[in-house]
Design a protein around this ligand. Sequence first.
Ligand code: PMP
Length: 448
Amino acid sequence: ERMMEIRRKNCNPMIMKVTSYKKPVFIHQGHMQWLWDVDGKRYLDLFAGVATVSVGHCHPKVTAAAEQQLKRLWHTTNIYVYPPLHEYCEKLASYLPDPLKVVYLTNSGSEANDLAMLMARLYTGNFDIITFRGSYHGGSPQTMGLTSNAAYKYPIANGLGCTNTMCPDVFRGPWGGSHCRDSPVQTIRECSCAQGYCMANDQYIGQLKETFATSVPSRIAAFFGEPIQGVGGAVQYPKNYLKEAYKLVRERGGVCIADEVQTGFGRTGSHFWGFQGHDVIPDMVTMAKGIGNGFPMGAVVTTPEIAASFAKGVHFNTFGGNPVACAVASSVLDTIKEDGAQQNSLNVGTYLMTELAKLRDKYEIIGDVRGKGLQIGVEMVKDKASREPLPPEAMSEIFEDIKDMGALIGKGGVYGQTFRIQPPMCITKDDVDFFLSVLNKVVHSYMD
Ligand code: PMP
């Protein structure tokens, strides 16, 4: 009660809005894929602080790396040469294909995307920036302009540095379910392609070309795309869709930016970066969340050519490349490798998707199951025929019951109709079985 009182009185009122449980959870402690509340009740964490705790809460190796650096040096600035920054930049760059080799460190995903917007505009000399419908790219005034998802947007945002931006809703979503009800349905069920998201591709690629012909300015600065949408509800694109978008963007002088804030660091399982699943090489990659396993950090990685054009001016941030953040992030990269986290994402994620698909076939209100690795969305509908989103009250009821039974998941989608499952990548098959039994019981009793 005291915590809620403080939350009401002294905390940013916005956080009351996002206190999504009717009976709030008071989190006290975490270890790997587990969280404990103040009363000692244990929860399986399937949301990872919004897809952020990549290798596990308080992972012993990462914690040890942080402790070691905390005792040596907390902060200095880029004016001085200090090893953690340089070692980390070299290591991170080694995870990216040529020519993506120049690293800028930031403190968050929004800051990374802000910086990428600026770099793209300076490099190309163009202004307009486009994104996908349903996208989320940040909450700073500029990146809120990029974000399409209206639920996360103040109407004024487009006036704050994003005027003329073609960002929201330029593209007709190719996806199905109730996400975009004027598009034909696409579900994993109907899909036979290896990647899990094919459909009548030609049709969507035709739509994309049409959109460019009719709604995209002749010269653009950039295109931002999440390789799989996160907040939008694990929305995937048809095969070759992103590749075609990159081609069309480059024809108009724009640079292509992969927002890997959610999909990077092995989360999609089959690849370290989400863009690798689309057979494209971006001109810039932005990242945050999983980069630091919960330690505040972000980055932009770009080409020497774009970096050279940006170097004509001066850019500075006090905390970017903070020694502790770099030590943590470096240890996260090592830990992903040593723990086989990416492979685990693929194995456990594929198992979870397969089992979720069985529940989808069993229950009328589970409309779609999609995603890759541990970037999974479960879209809830009133019924499969209408594909109408399950109303918010019903979503909340199910969400709450799942929590009461000991599992924490997320919510997303343009209508708040998609449950998001993006756990720490150390989750096991047994944990998944536990979650599936919870979901089965909760949906079953809801249907009764
Ligand atoms: N891009 C994507 C794809 C995101 O999901 C988010 C955060 N949800 C951001 C950017 C913004 O990151 P941050 O909250 O760290 O500013």
